[in-house]
Unconditional design. Structure first.
Length: 313
């Protein structure tokens, strides 16, 4: 009797064990199917994904036109249109396998390089992702650097606009002295965009801490409002008007400066220190090195800044 009971127990245990094994295999197969489906779905998403395009409401073209008008009498510097073939994942970030940067740059007796750079995707489409202007004064003038980087949203990053008057030598270059009677217009420009100024909680200055020694008290760092197109249009137009005022103020202030040839050596050294800090630390520049590859130094050092630093730095 005991033997029969023991045999029954063993049989039941064996049946339960086989049942559990069978159920485990079913679960594993189901998980495997789900994983395969997820891989397929993700693959299709990656293959077909294109970042959305955003309207700048004609502001970028207006800013470019305004800038070109200011430099109508200036000498054009010999810069080229850069065409870059993009591999994954950059082709997904930019929304195409090719982008172009149709640069323009000018020089005067007071300006070594006033450079406009825009990313056009795809080439010839007329769709620009940004508007960037950088003005590097000649070394004999005790003047700061004018810079704006006005960007549309991109995957994971909101639309941003940073505009500043970088001071590479605070011991020598004085904002109040440089702007003089134009200081009221600087404040007017800042008031136009006050409601869009990025907060610390939104990330203001977080990725540009290395530039803190060079930033001005008049820094404009804006974040684009989301959603409502009317709100976006108002933002773009306000930022555009602030840019026009700041560029006009900068050029007027620079125009009345007297050169100091004895200062040129110190100014050059200080400028190279800031450009080196950008080259080593800036997130966008490090991305640019990967995208442009062997063309980056020609684009950024030669064309955009007209400043030479050791590439190894």
């Amino acid at each position: 009797m005991s033997f029969i009971l023991d045999s029954g127990v063993l049989l039941l245990f064996s049946m339960d064990n086989n049942f559990l094994k069978g159920e485990t295999m079913k679960i594993l197969k189901a998980i495997g199917i789900i994983v395969v489906l997820l891989i397929v779905v993700v693959g299709i998403f990656i293959a077909t994904f294109k970042p959305p395009k955003y309207d700048d409401f004609g502001v970028y073209n207006d800013l470019k036109k305004f800038t070109l008008e200011q430099f109508a009498g200036a000498k054009a510097r010999p810069v080229q249109t850069f065409t870059i073939n993009l591999s994954f994942p950059y082709s997904k970030i930019f929304g195409d396998s090719v982008l172009s940067i149709p640069m323009k740059s000018f020089e005067t007796d007071r300006i070594a390089a006033a450079s406009i750079s825009q990313f056009e995707v795809p080439p010839g489409s007329g769709y620009f992702r940004d508007y960037t202007l950088n003005i590097r004064p000649s070394y004999a003038f005790k003047a700061p650097v004018f810079h704006i980087d006005f960007m549309k949203p991109s995957p994971g990053v909101p639309g941003l606009c940073s505009m500043d008057i970088f001071n590479v030598d605070p011991e020598t270059i004085n904002y109040e002295k440089f702007f003089g009677p134009e200081m009221e217009n600087v404040k007017k420009a800042m008031a136009l965009v006050a409601q869009y100024q990025r907060t610390v909680e939104q990330g203001r200055g977080k990725i540009t801490k290395y530039l803190d020694p060079y930033k001005s008290p008049y820094r404009i760092e804006l974040q684009e409002p989301k959603g409502d197109e009317a709100a976006r249009k108002a933002y773009y137009q306000a930022a555009g008007e602030a840019f026009k005022i700041m560029l006009s103020v900068y050029l007027k202030s620079l125009a009345v400066l007297s050169p100091d040839p004895a200062y040129a050596g110190r100014h050059e050294q200080k400028m190279k220190e800031m450009v080196t800090a950008l080259y080593k630390n800036d997130v966008a520049i490090n991305l640019g090195k990967k995208i442009f590859k062997d063309q980056f130094n020609k684009f950024w050092m030669d064309s955009f800044w007209n400043v030479q630093i050791p590439a190894s730095e």
